[in-house]
Design a protein around this ligand. Structure first.
Ligand code: 5GP
Length: 209
């Protein structure tokens, strides 16, 4: 299959529930104004303080299925019993304009994205151990023991996909993991292809193309 190339860099971050992905991505985005988060569609109900159009576009199942049928999603997957998808509209314009986009999605979606965008940078965040993951899931105090057991079982399947990713971060210390994530973004921006896009005038002046 032909893959699509875009002027902007595309970062995809996946992790099992409890590995600390959302906190890391939130902090990364807060410190990097050039990185834009793609807002996914989901059929799950909003939690807590979540706002439609900010964390997700919350849609009902018929709407989600219609979008799937219309090919509105670049990737989509069922995760924990709900539909989640990245709409073309969420990323196409930004990537086309040369902006960097980050997708915080599950491993199935990440692997679909890599098939479409060969230049996408896939990052997998691991917990330091199974015991620590269990401790973090339990410590949140949000879920019943059966739910935590299910998340641990899912986590084993998800972690088994880590070898298919470009980079792996072990989130033992939040500060170290954040620095690792920032390093990956920075290194990607320094690749020849990314520099040629971002520094087009300099490259032209140096007779490079
Ligand atoms: P949550 O419901 O906890 O926000 O997310 C559950 C899982 O779905 C997380 O792993 C999250 O990264 C993933 N997810 C969120 N949006 C998308 C998406 O658009 N596509 C896919 N494949 N997974 C997603």
């Amino acid at each position: 299959m032909n893959t699509l190339s875009t002027p902007g860099s595309l970062f995809v971050v996946a992790a099992p529930s409890g590995a600390g992905k959302s906190s890391l991505v939130k902090q990364l985005l807060a410190q990097d104004g050039q990185l834009h988060l793609s807002i996914s569609h989901t059929t799950r109900a909003p939690r807590g303080q979540e706002v439609d159009g900010r964390e997700y576009h919350f849609v009902d199942t018929p709407t989600f299925e219609r979008m799937v049928a219309q090919g509105a999603f670049i990737e989509w997957a069922q995760v924990h019993g709900n539909g989640y998808g990245t709409s073309r509209a969420a990323i196409a314009a930004r990537l086309g304009a040369g902006e960097d986009v980050l997708l915080e999605i599950d491993f199935q979606g990440a692997l679909q994205i890599k098939r479409i965008f060969a230049h996408a940078v896939l990052v997998f965040i691991l917990p330091p151990s199974w015991a620590e993951l269990q401790r973090r899931l339990t410590g949140r105090g949000e879920d019943a023991p059966a739910v935590i057991a299910q998340r641990m079982a899912n986590a084993r399947q998800e972690v088994a996909q880590a070898p298919r990713f470009d980079y792996v971060i072990i989130n033992g210390s939040f500060e170290d993991a954040l620095a690792d994530l920032q390093t990956i973004v920075r290194a990607q921006r320094l690749t020849y292809a990314a520099q040629a896009r971002r520094q087009a005038a300099t490259f032209a002046a140096l007779d490079l193309n």
